[in-house]
Design a protein around this ligand. Structure first.
Ligand code: DC
Length: 227
């Protein structure tokens, strides 16, 4: 198996925001990117797309070689708020709980992670990038100017996810959501390849008692100190 090989430091500023599922890092990252006029990478969407495409092609999420091969053949496009897979709008299809679970399962495969490196590096363009995921600061952009590890307790994250589903008028059961988050955290933290872990030079941001806007302000203030 080929080793993961991140790109050397570029002059383009990168803010890496990593953290567990439903921590709110996606919303915070997007708002920070908008505020700074930077590009935005939702790396979790890539794993979700691969889970969806594998499901459509009847490939088991546990089949590392087939999943990685499948990923290499995909045409993925991010256009504003929409995400396209082979020209089909999959923006909503990739956001289901089932596909989230599948994304966490395909994400354990080192060969798939390797196959997705180039596309992630492709997002690093002037004037800058805000990237969110699990390994942005540790593996994909190890030389990021700022690395934030954004988290909240499992209970708070489960409540937020529950509320999101209710707001979208989807069926939601708090206990199932909590159980699912615990399983997903365990898989994302304990896998051998690029596990979810705070970078040694990362900054911890606990959001249990913070609003989204306070979290955004925290990241922006930290970033101002780096430039
Ligand atoms: O951020 P998210 O919930 O959309 O991510 C879905 C899954 O994808 C997550 O459970 C683990 C995986 N993932 C990953 O392994 N590495 C990333 N950089 C982003 C997501």
């Amino acid at each position: 198996m080929t080793a993961l090989s991140p790109k050397p430091q570029s002059l383009i500023p990168v803010i890496a925001i990593d953290g567990p599922s439903a921590s709110g890092k996606g919303t915070v990252a997007q708002l920070v990117a908008t505020e700074l006029g930077f590009h935005y990478l939702d790396s979790g969407a890539l794993y979700r797309i691969v889970a969806l495409a594998s499901q459509q092609q009847k490939i088991a999420w546990s089949d590392a070689a087939a999943v990685a091969l499948c990923a290499k053949s995909l045409l993925i496009a991010f256009e504003h708020e929409q995400i396209f897979l082979n020209h089909q709008d999959v923006t909503n299809d990739i956001r289901t709980e089932a596909i989230g679970k599948g994304a966490s399962q395909v994400a354990v495969h080192a060969s798939l992670r390797q196959a997705l490196i180039e596309i992630q590096h492709g997002f690093c363009k002037a004037p800058g990038l805000v990237a969110d995921g699990r390994d942005m600061g540790t593996v994909i952009f190890p030389n990021a100017q700022l690395k934030v590890f954004l988290t909240a307790t499992t209970e708070v994250r489960a409540s937020r996810r529950y509320q999101q589903l209710i707001n979208k008028k989807q069926a939601a059961n708090y206990d199932d959501i909590l159980q699912d988050l615990l399983e997903r955290d365990a898989r994302d933290q304990n896998r051998a390849s690029s596990p979810l872990i705070m970078a040694d030079d990362g900054v911890l941001l606990e959001t249990d008692n913070l609003t989204i806007f306070q979290a955004v302000r925290f990241v922006l203030e930290k970033y101002q100190r780096f430039i």
